[in-house]
Design a protein around this ligand. Structure first.
Ligand code: G3P
Ligand code: CA
Length: 271
């Protein structure tokens, strides 16, 4: 039994909380991740960027403009790219007020702070969002994972995979896999072509990646089962509606991304 109050079983999709509980709190902040843990999320999802001084931080966009007050604090630094700011500068920014004044004072988290916040209670799924923008980002992530002992297919306190690295950038994900082959990976691709890929493509993918993503509106249960028969896990794209979450379960998906882990857990019967 964990702080999240449950253990992951494999008879329902594992719930990945997309950017934390991001319908109820400012995305990728302590508030969003604490809410996701309280709501029973199995895995917390977050995106990585890298500061000017080479620190990995958890933020979806490559700029600070949408989710912080950077334009007020540093008015002359447009276009406010993360890579142009030091960690000390980024830590001056408010990452909560844009969402709601009640969340004033939330800060952008470093990767290490994210690890510490979760404390092994739930899984973590960091995304290498734009690795080509950030020199040495893959090696930097590998270094951090080694320092934290997240170097193999560990289980978190709630039974979910402790660490799972995802990316739309296939070259970066292959590079990551070559460096830490025991850590599971999710290869993302717009349009979800892998759900109907040839046997040859799926066979090759299964030699190095753990999972691919699908869209439940476009897939059938037999397509999901076919992909799984190659040894790949299948993750649903982000979905929040109860009926589509049920459909994801019926189609046999292994994992689901959602902004509302409380809704997902209720739909999936708290299993
Ligand atoms: O599909 C999962 C997610 O990690 C990719 O979407 O929110 O990073 O743009 P996003
Ligand atoms: Ca993401």
């Amino acid at each position: 039994e964990t702080a999240a109050g449950h253990q992951v079983k494999h008879d329902r999709p594992v719930v990945w909380s997309h950017r934390g509980a991001s319908k109820n709190a400012p995305e990728e902040t302590t508030a969003a991740y604490r809410r996701a843990l309280a709501d029973g999320a199995d895995v917390l999802e977050g995106d990585l960027a890298q500061t000017k001084d080479g620190v990995l931080v958890v933020i979806h966009d490559n700029t600070l403009a949408r989710t912080t007050n950077v334009e007020e604090v540093f008015p002359d630094r447009a276009p406010w790219n993360v890579i142009d700011f030091t960690l000390a500068e980024i830590k001056q920014l408010d990452a909560g007020s844009w969402w709601d004044p009640a969340f004033a004072g939330q800060r952008i988290l470093t990767l290490r702070e994210w690890f510490r916040l979760t404390g092994g209670r739930a899984g973590l799924a960091p995304e290498l969002k734009s690795p080509t923008l950030y020199p040495g980002m893959v090696e930097n992530l590998v270094k951090e994972l080694r320092a934290w002992g997240y170097t193999h297919d560990l289980k978190a306190g709630n039974g979910a995979p402790q660490i799972w690295v995802q990316s739309f950038d296939e070259a970066a994900l292959r590079q990551f896999h070559a460096l830490l082959p025991k850590v599971p990976t999710l290869l993302l691709r717009s349009g979800y072509p892998f759900m109907t890929a040839t046997d040859e493509v799926l066979t090759e993918l299964a030699t190095w990646t753990t999972a691919i993503a699908g869209n439940p509106v476009l897939t059938t249960a037999s397509q999901v089962a076919r992909v799984q028969s190659f040894g790949l896990k299948v993750v649903s794209e982000v979905e929040d509606g109860p009926s589509i979450l049920s459909m994801i379960e019926l189609q046999g998906y292994d994992y689901v991304f959602t902004n509302v882990p409380d809704v997902a857990k209720a739909v999936l019967n708290g299993k």
